[in-house]
Write a protein that binds this ligand. Sequence first.
Ligand SMILES: Nc1ncnc2c1ncn2[C@@H]1O[C@H](COP(=O)(O)OP(=O)(O)OP(=O)(O)O)[C@@H](O)[C@H]1O
Length: 270
Amino acid sequence: MNTGDAKTPKLGVREATKIYHTASGDLLALDRCTLHVAANEIVSVVGPSGCGKTTLLWSMSGLHGLSDGEILLDGKPVTGPHPDIGLVFQEANLLPWRNLDANINFPFEIKGEKPDRAWIAHLLDRVGLDGFGGKFPRELSGGMQQRAAIVRALSLKPSVLLMDEPFGALDSFTRDEMNRLVEEIWLDAPTTIVFITHSIEEAIFLSDRVIVLSPRPGRVAKEYPVPFPRPRSMEIMATREVFDLTNAIKMDIVGGRAGTKARRPAETAA
Ligand SMILES: Nc1ncnc2c1ncn2[C@@H]1O[C@H](COP(=O)(O)OP(=O)(O)OP(=O)(O)O)[C@@H](O)[C@H]1O
């Protein structure tokens, strides 16, 4: 099984195990989950609800400590929030009392750093928010708020961008638009992206690889290379090959085959 370039991965997840200690007992969310993401690769992680996708992503970000195993960025352990790792969540999480410019400046204020104004202006232009800097979040649509959240994350020039269902709350047209935008941004300036989604179509549209997690406790059950050239047009997405790939992944998740695969060590080892 190919889990990326295991020799020089940009991001490595090695035997990640996460146990939540809850009032009703210990809950094993991730169980020796191993995967690698190469530099400038886009990898999506899909899987049944509650299988540990968010836990995995937060662990990659350094925001969640692991119970066992490790996260490696350029071969070095990630032990806490890291300046090279950016995050975009399902909610844009913009501060309502700050306008868009002030929201984008916020992380720089916290870090006591000067923002790269030219880069931010380029990003705002790239996502179609040029001229909206004075607007407050309530004046922006959900899609525009997510664009702002992407700009805020990219303004810090992370070498890895982690996206946790960033478009899950948007209508399907806006979601398609946002997917094209992520593709355009990536084609413009490739970066390493790990993308959590419930949408298999979205995962295929965006990714070089789709990783399927087993039902909880999450492990890598299966992965699919996505061989279609970019940009991925509507025509490509309507082909038989995409249809077949979508169904294969769906069967893995819904049909529970992902869980069966996860219990076979030979298929989950990196
Ligand atoms: N902070 C926490 N404390 C206790 N249990 C948690 C915590 N966070 C997540 N869990 C549990 O861990 C398991 C994995 O949750 P997680 O959110 O990572 O899964 P997910 O695949 O992202 O879920 P979904 O597809 O529904 O978004 C779930 O059973 C969840 O209830």
